[in-house]
Design a protein around this ligand. Structure first.
Ligand SMILES: NC(=O)c1ccc[n+]([C@@H]2O[C@H](COP(=O)([O-])OP(=O)(O)OC[C@H]3O[C@@H](n4cnc5c(N)ncnc54)[C@H](O)[C@@H]3O)[C@@H](O)[C@H]2O)c1
Length: 333
């Protein structure tokens, strides 16, 4: 299998590349990434000399480049996107460009150059919006709440439309909030660990009662592998470990694991449009593809805290006042 991975220098993409190259000795990967602010070549340190791995610095909105790469592969796993909700509030146009035009560019390259290629479009639970009760299935309506989730929902619609009209072998995955090694320090879990280890206050938006459904990144990567190999064309697969926690609980758990005082917690102004609760029903991927999460939240968060504490040399160069800001949507980017 020759795979094109877009956004492979980011958090989930780099975990995916490590996992695949460890498990499939005869697979090859081309990683296309523009090296945006959230990417980090240190995530894939050690692979530079692996003959199965090629890095291409470039933008997924570049049609010539994408068309050239699409002809060389059997599969595409499309992670590349602007991914931070807070940044989408202050700078939505970057999200339209990468998430919508970028996905369109990939679909057009497939249509023109290689309709046989298998495409996995990596999407998010945020396209469904929030709900106080029950869990979303793949058939629920999309009701995005932020510029980020609106652009992800738009890209999902493009994939469905192109796949049906041009008979493409494309599937969509929608997963819940990921956590684990190599996550950029602006996101809740790494930010909490890093600020706590620096002795800084931990900002919690609003009352901290917003609920997220947490998935250890290795479980997500295994689910994408299953969809790539066994998923059906034009199907959507939700991916969730069913590990719902309030943001306040997550922060308290991390502080406990780090033996830090709970009075580091500081409630700050709430994010505009802040979704109250995400929850996915992922019965379909369990029933059809036999995927199940391996890690409970307690196991995954312990591994994650340990990883960040052991890898200060990885996160230290990425950290500045903007990245660790308590209310980042107020900043210009
Ligand atoms: N992190 C989560 O909890 C989560 C949850 C659900 C879905 N997702 C989705 O998973 C995917 C990966 O998320 P992540 O957390 O790893 O994000 P990330 O921000 O860590 O990585 C994204 C990568 O994409 C690259 N990129 C962005 N725009 C690009 C462009 N125009 N051309 C080339 N490269 C570009 C960036 O340089 C970066 O390396 C995204 O599509 C995101 O929507 C993430």
């Amino acid at each position: 299998m020759r795979l094109l991975v877009t956004g492979g220098m980011g958090f989930i993409g780099s975990n995916f590349i490590h996992y695949i190259l460890e498990r499939h000795s005869d697979w090859e990967i081309i990683n296309l990434d523009k090296l945006g602010y959230g990417s980090n070549p240190a995530n894939l340190k050690g692979l530079e000399d692996d003959p199965r791995y090629t890095f291409v610095k470039g933008d997924i909105t570049n049609p010539e480049l994408v068309r050239k790469l699409v002809t060389k592969v059997d599969g595409i796993v499309h992670f590349a996107a602007e991914s931070h909700v807070d940044r989408s509030i202050s700078s939505p146009e970057h999200f339209l460009k990468s998430n919508v035009i970028g996905t369109y560019t990939i679909l057009e390259a497939i249509r023109r150059e290689n309709r046989e290629v298998r495409l996995i479009h990596v999407s998010t639970d945020e396209v469904y919006g929030d709900t106080l009760e029950g869990s979303f299935t793949e058939n629920d309506r999309l009701m995005p709440s932020s510029p980020y989730s609106a652009t992800k929902a738009a890209s999902d619609m493009l994939v469905l439309g192109w796949a049906r009209t041009y008979n493409l072998n494309a599937s969509i995955t929608r997963c819940t909030n990921n956590y684990g090694p190599y996550q950029f320090p602006e996101k809740l879990i790494p930010k909490t660990i890093i600020r706590a280890s620096m002795g800084l206050k931990i900002p919690v938006y609003g009352t901290g009662q917003n609920v997220r459904d947490w998935l250890y990144v290795e479980d997500h990567v295994r689910a994408i592998e299953a969809v790539l190999l066994k998923g059906e064309p034009r199907e959507i697969y939700n991916i969730s470990a069913g590990e719902e926690r309030t943001n306040l609980d997550v922060v308290k758990t991390i502080l406990n694991l780090m033996s830090k005082d709970q009075d580091l917690i500081e409630f700050v102004e709430d994010r505009p449009g802040h979704d109250l609760r995400y929850s996915l029903d992922s019965w379909k991927i369990t029933r059809d593809l036999r995927w199940r999460p391996k890690y409970s939240f307690e196991e995954g968060i312990k591994k994650t805290v340990e990883w960040y504490l052991e890898n200060e040399a990885w996160w230290r160069p990425l950290v500045d006042e903007k990245v660790l800001h308590p209310t980042p949507w107020k900043l210009g980017w």
